[in-house]
Write a protein that binds this ligand. Structure first.
Ligand code: F7E
Length: 324
């Protein structure tokens, strides 16, 4: 039985990836902070349905010895490094912890991989935020990076570390440059879930408006379930390589609002207000990817488009808030 080790398993992508790999017959191991293990009801709700099918190991990405023990114990065949401080807005409030956690965490993971499981395959969750102030539209694997936040900078560092471990030590280490991907399991701080949850709360009279920041920002949005499949496909290749994964469509936050509210029979213009406090000091104005390389080499294609994504998220939140 192949063994997969996932950091960030309690998050949106981690939970979908754990499901996918378990379904493929892998032994799935997740690195989880001890505080999360002690607060399962709140911090592990995305994994509740998988709890007897996967193994969770307490560990901390901020120290090498903790990872050393875990790699020694698990001896993984595939490593998916998803853990990060992933909320871009927060990275402006605390640049230092974002850089420390994201860069050191990736470095320690790579180092443990090199020292203890060098014949395994390693996936790093890079991000379209690396393109930041974009040099071209659409972006592909050759587009230069120009990050606009500590989060984006930390992902560029992780990308370079991963590529360097591949080139310097001959390891199978790849970067997935994933564009925004959402789902019914998305955290409430991200704009799509903030919108879908507010649509439901407004519909049931629990809220009367939704305060957002920049409604004109454009993003290339897909569904997390499609994107974790791409992660796995990257590790099934003969040769390690980096891939852009995206929907090849871009939409404004305003369009997302318009469609989400209309599913509940509401007009977003009556409820959405734009507030300066939700603007970022430096915004990424437009992201639009070109994933022809992934289509050609991996044979990957997204199955859930923009409209279906919004419908799934809004319907799920309408159900969730019905009885509140
Ligand atoms: O913002 C605008 C905001 O926080 C999307 C992460 O997974 O994808 C995600 O990063 C856009 C931005 O995601 C609000 O200014 C307006 O332009 O949902 P978000 P993100 O920053 O694009 C990338 C690929 C990652 O790697 C990240 O980890 O929406 N926006 N008003 C708002 N955003 C938020 N959160 N809240 C608002 O009220």
């Amino acid at each position: 039985m192949k063994k997969a080790l996932i950091s960030g398993i309690t998050g949106q992508d981690g939970s979908y990836l754990a499901e996918l790999l378990h379904g493929k017959g892998y032994g799935v191991y997740g690195i989880v902070r001890r505080v999360a293990l002690e607060d399962q009801a709140n911090r592990m709700n995305r994994l509740a349905h998988l709890s007897d099918k996967i193994r969770l190991i307490p560990g901390c990405l901020e120290t090498y010895p903790s990872l050393y023990k875990i790699f020694n114990q698990v001896q993984p065949d595939e490593i998916y490094h998803l853990a990060a401080q992933s909320y871009v807005s927060y990275s402006f409030e605390d640049e230092f912890s974002t850089l420390n956690t994201n860069i050191n965490g990736t470095h320690f993971m790579l180092s443990a991989f090199k020292d203890l499981a060098p014949s395994a395959k390693f996936y790093f969750a890079a991000s379209s935020e690396m393109f930041g102030k974009v040099h071209e539209v659409p972006q592909n694997e050759s587009t230069p990076f120009h990050p606009r936040s500590a989060y984006g900078i930390s992902k560029v560092a992780g990308f370079d570390l991963t590529r360097n471990y591949r080139e310097a030590y001959g390891l199978f280490a790849v970067n997935g440059i994933l564009y925004n991907h959402e789902s019914e399991r998305r955290g409430f701080e991200f704009v799509t879930r903030k919108i879908s949850s507010h649509v439901a709360m407004i519909k049931y009279g629990l809220r009367d408006r939704l305060e957002l920041g920049n409604l004109d920002a454009k993003r290339d949005w897909g569904h997390s379930k499609d994107y974790v499949r791409a992660m796995w496909m990257m590790l099934q290749q003969e040769k390690p390589d980096d891939f852009v994964i995206c929907s090849e469509e871009t939409h404004t936050v305003r369009e997302f609002c318009e469609r989400a509210f209309s599913i509940a029979g509401l007009d977003y213009r009556n409820y959405v207000v734009s507030k300066p406090e939700f603007y970022r000091p430096a915004e990424v104005d437009i992201l639009l990817g070109n994933c022809s390389k992934a289509k050609k080499i991996l044979g990957w294609r997204p199955e859930i488009g923009f409209d279906m994504l919004i419908e799934m998220m809004v319907k799920s939140d309408l159900e969730r808030f019905k009885s509140k």
